[in-house]
Design a protein around this ligand. Structure first.
Ligand SMILES: N[C@@H](CCC(=O)N[C@@H](CS)C(=O)NCC(=O)O)C(=O)O
Length: 254
């Protein structure tokens, strides 16, 4: 019976996986997870995810390989509660923030910061590109925070300053700053108070906070032992894994 639950392929450490898991939580949907680092995906994984990226969602016969496509699918297939606000203009604004997070914060926080500090070291055994790291910390992330500071609410969430109901846009933005924290970048609350408060509030929501112990465990455990360690800690691990023993370079940058 458990095989009938939706299965997410992808590590708890990916912000795109985090976005999908938080949306599943918001929808009240049980799921299983195969917590692989994408570079360890096997041939079967490559067939399901032609770009060899995580997350992948398997829901019955439906297989999807992009977090935005997955979240849009979840919202249509399981409409209650909705992940987007009401009205064309607000929905477009929410989609914009999701896109901004996935593209710009993905480039800077994932590729230029987190992957340099964590993936290069623990997957490839390489030293980080210090120039790229400096550029991310000193120029790119501050530039994003300057922008976000002018858009984010002082209280609550993007579309619900009063009660703090989470939307897909809130989840997408905050998910990346969790990876920034893993790479020891924290938002300077004196310079960007709205952004710092917003990220704290969203990451403190149960949809994201319940993932935190599994993220920390994934970060601290050697990759080959992560699956077993997470299962022992109570994570909803899938029966089947799409992982392999040896990493392969992805189709994009390293
Ligand atoms: N547009 C994709 C991006 C997913 C993505 O870049 N995932 C990263 C993990 S954080 C990945 O799989 N990287 C491996 C690679 O690009 O080779 C989505 O939203 O799902």
């Amino acid at each position: 019976m458990t095989d009938r639950l939706p299965t997410v392929i992808g590590s708890y450490l990916s912000p795109y996986v985090r976005k999908v898991l938080a949306c599943l939580h918001l929808k009240g949907l049980a799921y299983r997870i195969d917590p692989i680092v994408p570079f360890y995906g096997n041939d079967e994984f490559a067939r399901l995810s032609p770009l060899r990226r995580v997350p992948v969602l398997i829901d019955g016969d439906v297989v999807l390989a992009d977090s935005s496509v997955i979240c849009a699918y979840l919202d249509e297939r399981y409409p209650d509660p909705p992940l987007l606000p009401q009205g064309a203009a607000l929905r477009a604004r929410a989609r914009w923030f999701e896109e901004y997070a996935d593209s710009r914060l993905g480039d800077t926080i994932v590729w230029h910061l987190y992957n340099q500090v964590v993936i290069r070291r623990f997957v490839w055994g390489e030293a980080p590109d210090e120039a790229l790291l400096r550029q991310a910390r000193e120029v790119e992330i501050p530039q994003s925070l300057d922008y976000l500071e002018s858009e984010l609410p002082a209280q609550g969430t993007l579309f619900d300053p009063q009660h703090g109901t989470l939307s897909l846009a809130d989840v997408a933005l905050a998910a990346f700053f969790r990876n920034a924290a893993f790479a020891r970048y924290s938002i300077d609350a004196t310079r960007w108070p709205r952004s710092a408060g917003f990220v704290d509030r969203v990451l403190g929501h149960p949809a994201l906070a319940t993932l935190a112990p599994f993220e920390v465990l994934s970060l601290r455990t050697p990759i080959a032992q992560v699956r077993d360690a997470l299962a022992a800690a109570g994570a909803p691990i899938s029966e089947h894994s799409f992982g392999s023993d040896a990493p392969q370079r992805g189709l994009f940058k390293t």
